[in-house]
Ligand binder design. Sequence first.
Ligand SMILES: *Cc1c(COP(=O)(O)O)cnc(C)c1O
Length: 381
Amino acid sequence: MKPKIYLSSPHMGGAELGYIYEAFNTNWVAPLGPNVDGFEKDIEAYTGAKHAAALSSGTAAIHLALILSQVGYGDEVICQSFTFSASANPIVYQGAMPVFIDSENETWNMSPEFLQEAIKDRLKRGKKPKAIIPVHLYGMPAKMNAILELADEYEIPVIEDAAEALGSCIGGKKCGTFGKCGILSFNGNKIITTSGGGALISDDEGLIAKARFLATQARDPAPHYQHSHIGYNYRMSNIVAGIGRGQMQVLGKRIEARRANFEKYKNYFEQINLRGYKVYLLPEPEGCYSNRWLTTIIIDPSENGGTTREDIRLALQKENIESRPLWKPMHLQPVFSGAPYYGSDVSERLFEQGLCLPSGSNLSDEEWERIFSALQFVFRS
Ligand SMILES: *Cc1c(COP(=O)(O)O)cnc(C)c1O
């Protein structure tokens, strides 16, 4: 069997080990230290957010953002349905209820139309949502202007899930900096990785200070251990942050490579489509810049002689090449079956017809050949 080609594997830049050695040499293996401070500064400089807290995961960042938005037992939080479960799970950690919103077709992210419908309906039922979580899925920026307009009108804070969109922008402004706060992820498959980690970013200094406090077990200033809040162990370690500092140096290159992947697939499918197929890739709307974390395709069997996304996935799998259906919407997940949903069938259709293709920034020429020759088995005629 040929070696596996992954959907998105870690891609080190070279400088990471230097920062880790430095941490060892100074015995700053723990706790927080210069790498954490340096990584936070790097994130601030890159995103343009005034403040950043490096955390143990993106999920932890969402959890803290909800706590700091005073989300508690019995509350409701609006969340994009078409996303990874980590966008919604922390709502339930807080004893609150997610209210799911469908996507629109232009960016595949939260539909402002259904968002408005949901806010109005929840208000009518007597409950004002405590926060809105839009997601920039696969790196494509959500319609933040329209979402923020509604959020402002109804005075509901926005927590931007930019876990997949580090480096993506709208009108030159980085995703994650539009809402009250934004969250980033450095999980193993993201555009850069610290092996595992995340960050909360915001212009609100007080908010980030509170996040740091809660993330280090909420220790009140006192010589003994004194607590007036429930705390969490959510900080990033100084070793892990060293990987992050190295990765930040190559982030620009990683985005270029991911965007080049998209172009490669686009050119390929343009050729395929000339032969009578209709494989669709999501273009960037005017003013939007996507990091193209993963290249995704939509294939409607009724327009492609019965060819399904499963046909493609299985053909790739046979060659030991990983691909994956698009996210299964949260309103279709058994664990969230009781949650309200506002929308139609947009995200459902994306799930049924969509596939994420191998999109690592480190794919070799040989691997590309294997990918395209496996695809050739599906698009034979
Ligand atoms: C990866 C991801 C997260 C969670 O990040 P972790 O660092 O893995 O906890 C949250 N939301 C989305 C959309 C993600 O893709």
